[in-house]
Design a protein around this ligand. Structure first.
Ligand code: USQ
Length: 381
């Protein structure tokens, strides 16, 4: 397949590009370096300094023999996106080109407007480029489990059958996101669903939970191929942050009571899920939704697991319950469905002690680069 990856420099975009190219697909990547610029601007740089995207592509070609085409530009610039479409003629597009951090979206007016504009205009441009260049091209958009929020009923996979006054209808599952970022993911899903009803485009939305991990099979060959790994309060996700905190000797930052439960997955499973979605496109005019996670844990569960792994590695890991900087339920019902990707053949990686120890040991190699002052949460809502 000819696969275009939008947001190909990010935590997930870059590993996806290598993974798909190694598996025989022809891959082109697009990125405008938003994340790198924001990390510098906010003084929250990733744990491991990485070469730029062109250099990483050259490096990847040297170690694997697979060529990636790189386009530096903004998906919100429609003529640029059209030009990439016409040159590369993709069969499928993976859309990661969104501002992905809940705390960033809640920092202030400028970041709110940027998140809204970037996430919704990029999605709209993608829809129009597909319609104009090749309506059969499959859009795989990375969504989030956070669009559902934490409702007091089971979470279904994308849709909900409702019976009302004796009649039945299938709606998109109701959305109650907990940050502006998560809201834009609900809105971009609505945009895609709307255009699937208007035009014969084919869309898969992958509602993903928080991802953890630093390595994928492809980055094993050279550490300059590792993903962009943030552990700060804005761009770092909870388990990745805990791994770094364990190594730095900083007490694990559990927000509030720590009963917040989410569906987690290893970064290697993200890559497998994206490829499974690419290999199983929906029919024209269909908006297909998968819930993309492997196991559910509360923040307290994660903290306990990291403490256990720390003990096995002779690290003293403490836990600190901080006042929650976010507005969210700290104790709640959580029972989301996740059968779609398993039925397509996903073989999950589970979060066991050996996996945690390997991740902590990898972080230990970069111990001197940890800046403890980036850990404490600064953004509140
Ligand atoms: N949390 C802590 N301590 C920390 C960091 C986070 O207790 O040091 C808690 C948060 O309050 C939250 C949970 O851990 O209850 C998850 O937070 P997170 O920062 O790992 O994840 P979140 O902000 O929800 O966003 C991340 C990704 C986003 C993705 C989402 C999936 O940044 O791109 O869409 O995970 S989900 O959480 O299912 O919405």
């Amino acid at each position: 397949m000819r696969i275009l990856i939008l947001g190909g420099d990010g935590y997930l975009g870059w590993p996806t590009a290598m993974y798909l190219s190694r598996r025989g697909h022809e891959v082109a990547v697009v990125d405008n370096y938003f994340r790198r610029r924001a990390c510098i601007e906010l003084n929250r740089e990733p744990l491991i300094a990485l070469p730029n995207l062109n250099r990483r592509a050259t490096l990847w070609e040297r170690v694997s023999g697979h060529r990636l085409t790189v386009h530096i530009g903004d998906v919100c610039d429609y003529p640029f996106l059209l030009q990439v479409f016409r040159e590369f003629e993709p069969d499928a597009v993976v859309h990661y080109a969104e501002q992905p951090a809940a705390p960033y979206s809640m920092m202030g007016h400028r970041q709110a407007v940027f998140t809204l504009t970037n996430n919704l205009v990029s999605t709209t441009n993608l829809i129009f480029a597909v319609k104009e260049c090749n309506p059969a091209c499959h859009i795989v958009k990375l969504g989030t489990m956070g669009v559902y929020g934490t409702p007091n009923i089971d979470i279904e996979e994308g849709y909900l059958e409702v019976e009302h006054k004796g009649r039945r209808h299938r709606f998109l599952y109701p959305k109650t996101p907990g940050s502006l970022y998560h809201l834009t993911k609900a809105q971009d899903g609505d945009l895609l669903y709307f255009y699937c009803r208007m035009w014969p485009i084919r869309v898969t939305d992958l509602n993903q939970g928080p991802v953890y991990g630093l390595t994928t099979g492809e980055s094993a060959e050279d550490e300059r191929l590792l993903p962009m790994f943030n552990y700060d309060d804005v761009f770092g996700t909870v388990l990745n942050r805990f791994l770094v905190q364990a190594v730095a000797g900083v007490p694990l930052t559990v927000y509030g009571q720590g009963g917040q439960t989410r569906g987690y997955l290893n970064i290697q499973d993200t890559l497998a899920c994206v490829e499974l979605a690419l290999l199983h496109p929906p029919a024209p005019g269909e908006y297909q939704v998968f819930n993309q996670f492997v196991e559910t844990f509360s923040v307290n569960d994660l903290a306990r697991k990291v403490q256990d792994a720390g003990r096995a590695l002779d690290l003293r890991v403490e836990v600190q319950h901080l006042p929650n900087p976010r507005r969210e339920a700290e104790e709640h019902y959580y029972n989301p469905a996740q059968t779609g990707l398993l039925s397509l053949g996903l073989k999950p990686h589970y979060l066991d002690e050996a996996t945690l120890c390997r991740m902590v040991q990898l972080v230990q190699k970069y111990r001197d680069q940890i800046q403890p002052e980036l850990i404490f949460p600064q953004v509140r809502w």
